[in-house]
Ligand binder design. Structure first.
Ligand code: NAD
Ligand code: MG
Length: 402
């Protein structure tokens, strides 16, 4: 087989940079054909100089002008585009066969869905896209024959622990049941505030929330890990990816982040995937599946890790996890509202001093206030997303004035 032609949506982020790091050691296997970023023009320029993609995309015309100038001066022949539609062009016009979907948040939905519709191998890091559009997204994958491979470490772990053919089997049918899969166990580190006295949570700063004990990640997902909204989004992600009922998907706190998730089978077997907390492992597996390639990750030494522990999450400490579970059970527009309100609240916590404990309050009020309308098209999804954002921003504005 020739080299895989890879497009990376969000190449300047934590997942994007790790993806390029894996690709860098395998020039015989992968060719980068498109890179996209929002604002980080200088980093994107350096990535273009190294990997020579056909297309590069940034958010603004200004950024595009700056990028074009740098690339022209360094004689790099990359076409520079800008704006949300250009993210889709990066996929449809680059003749890529593999798309790393690593934009953070709802901004990634349209291009990630476009990759699914175009029948690409979709390496899904952007869990928010699947949370928002679950049924539409899975239908697009099925209709186009796309290959959907999870990159989120928990889902990648479960994918590795499932039997061949499980992902393609018709969900909830007898053939699905024939695999003997009883439960999926998603592990969670519990974030930096797993043991912080609840009374002290009100004073948490963005810096403290972004200092994750085990993983280095972008700021939004770091805050989501602290509130455990991340695990709530992952629960919904797992529901769509693997097609098991919600009551068969459990969350276990596992502070060491060595077991990345597990599958419990009918015969009593539990299969776990273990490894370093390093995203290059799931990224490499997605890029090269079903082969395994060198990922640059040091070997796991279990005698150095020490004891591994597991316990149930406390939902009083992590109200966002309870809200996500409730939204998952309601279905329809609720997961879209959950995600949108959370994105607005987390941004306000990071940039505007919204108190940490109000993140879950904003999400809860938004879920209670927004009608749960059916969402049968991308337009419906985007409409609910926009309305929920407006409502959440309003709530934050009113809280700030009090
Ligand atoms: P990040 O903030 O480090 O990077 C985000 C990327 O998206 C950047 O390249 C940025 O330029 C781009 N971007 C942001 N807003 C955009 C917009 N409006 N339009 C176009 N591009 C935009 O985030 P990350 O930590 O790399 O996470 C990316 C995704 O992967 C998230 O959905 C996250 O939940 C998921 N994920 C991340 C990790 C991790 O270890 N970082 C693990 C599992 C899942
Ligand atoms: Mg994860």
């Amino acid at each position: 087989m020739g080299r895989r032609r890879v497009a990376i949506l969000g190449s300047t982020g934590s997942i994007g940079v790790n993806t390029l790091d894996v690709i860098r050691s395998h020039p015989d296997r992968f060719q980068v054909v498109a890179l996209t970023a929002s604002q980080q023009v200088e980093l994107l320029a350096r990535q273009c100089q190294e990997f020579r993609p056909e297309i590069a995309v940034v958010s603004s015309p200004d950024g595009a002008a700056r990028l074009s100038k740098i690339l022209l001066e360094s004689k790099v022949n990359t076409q520079v585009l800008f704006g949300p539609e250009a993210l889709v062009s990066a996929i449809t016009n680059s003749d890529c066969d593999t798309v790393m979907a690593a934009i953070v948040g709802a901004a990634g939905l349209v291009p990630t869905l476009a990759a699914a519709k175009a029948g690409k191998r979709v390496l899904l890091a952007n869990k928010e896209a699947l949370v928002m559009s679950g049924q539409l997204f899975m239908n697009a994958v099925r209709d186009s024959g796309a290959e959907l491979l999870p990159i989120d470490s928990e889902h990648n772990a479960i994918f590795q622990c499932l039997p061949d053919g499980f992902m393609g089997a018709v969900k909830n049918s007898p053939s699905h049941a024939g695999f003997g899969v009883e439960e999926l166990w998603l592990t969670a580190s519990g974030g930096p505030f797993r043991d912080t006295p609840i009374a002290e949570l009100s004073l948490i700063t963005p810096k403290e929330a972004c200092a994750h004990p085990n993983w280095v990640m972008g700021r939004k997902i770091s805050v989501d890990s602290a509130t455990m909204m991340n695990k709530g989004l992952e629960l919904i992600e797992a529901y769509w990816l693997f097609g098991l009922p919600l009551d068969k998907i459990r969350v276990l706190i596992h502070p060491q982040s060595v077991v990345h998730s597990m599958v419990r089978y009918r015969d009593g077997s539990v299969i776990a995937q273990m490894g370093q907390p390093d995203m290059r492992t799931p990224i490499a597996y997605g890029l090269s599946w079903p082969d395994r390639i060198e990922a640059g990750v040091p070997p796991l030494n279990l005698t150095e890790v020490g004891p591994l522990s597991f316990f149930e999450p406390n939902l009083d400490r992590f109200p966002c996890l309870a809200l996500a579970l409730a939204a998952a059970r309601s279905g329809g527009a609720a997961p879209i509202v959950l995600n949108a309100a959370n994105e607005i609240a987390v941004a306000a916590f990071l940039e505007e001093g919204l108190p940490y404990l109000q993140i879950s309050q904003i999400v809860e009020i938004a879920l209670n206030k927004m009608p749960n309308v059916p969402t049968n098209s991308l337009e419906d999804v985007l409409f609910v997303d926009k309305e929920a954002r407006r409502l959440a921003s309003d709530l934050i504005y009113r809280l700030a004035k009090k």
